[in-house]
Design a protein around this ligand. Sequence first.
Ligand SMILES: [Zn+2]
Length: 270
Amino acid sequence: MRILRRGRLSLEVELAELSVIMLFDGETAMPLTYLRGPDGAPLPEADLAGADLVDGKLRLPVRAFLVRGPEGCLLIDSGAAQAWHKPLGRLPEAMAEAGVGPGKVTAVALTHTHVDHLSGLVGADGGLAFPNATRIFVATEELTAFRDTPRMLPVLSRLMPLEQGDGPLRGVSAINAPGHSPGHMAFLVEGRLLIWGDLVHHAAVQVARPEVTWAFDDDPDEARASRLALMAQAVEAGWLVAGAHLPDPGIFRIERSGSGYAFHPVSRGM
Ligand SMILES: [Zn+2]
């Protein structure tokens, strides 16, 4: 892994044949009660000591990732556009900073179909945000949710079902990570970097304590099991990890620490 470029809203790392660009869509904040203990109840205040707060709420950055290679550019998630909280929707700005025009994206794959991941597929004018993205991969379990989202009408003809093991771009493979949503997917890039979508929502708490769940986990027990399994696998395999809601710079090295894990941002020396 080599850091190719670092900007205010983007970070590009080179793997082997492919590079991965983190694209910052903006940041919002969520109520403290969204972090849940094993009994499903909000965490007691004492357990929130290490939380990363903004105005007394949980900081929630939103990121997408672009995998760039000789065969094309695969965008993984597309940000919230103007469909969710106001400070979000900076993906186009982040792509401009990274020097990737919207026309360069040849395919899109979604980790899942929540509003902060799919909305950026359609521009503010209601047109296609990525006109040359001829295929939009969505997990089979979430095709209906995608089709039922009115904003997605202009891109429905490009929809492609995605299953475990599928490769939306050569060198990228889909890994089932269900729980946060029924068809939640992670993507392994060149066997080196795992883009894990919403496996973690608040790293300051959930990395050290991966048993903590999130209020919007569709099936909290399944989400916890997916998080524990993929974190263990990432450490075992020496994968870097990247996530839609991880803190800056969005790409980390992960290691075991106590009964949980610890994170280190990617740096030049790695
Ligand atoms: Zn999300």
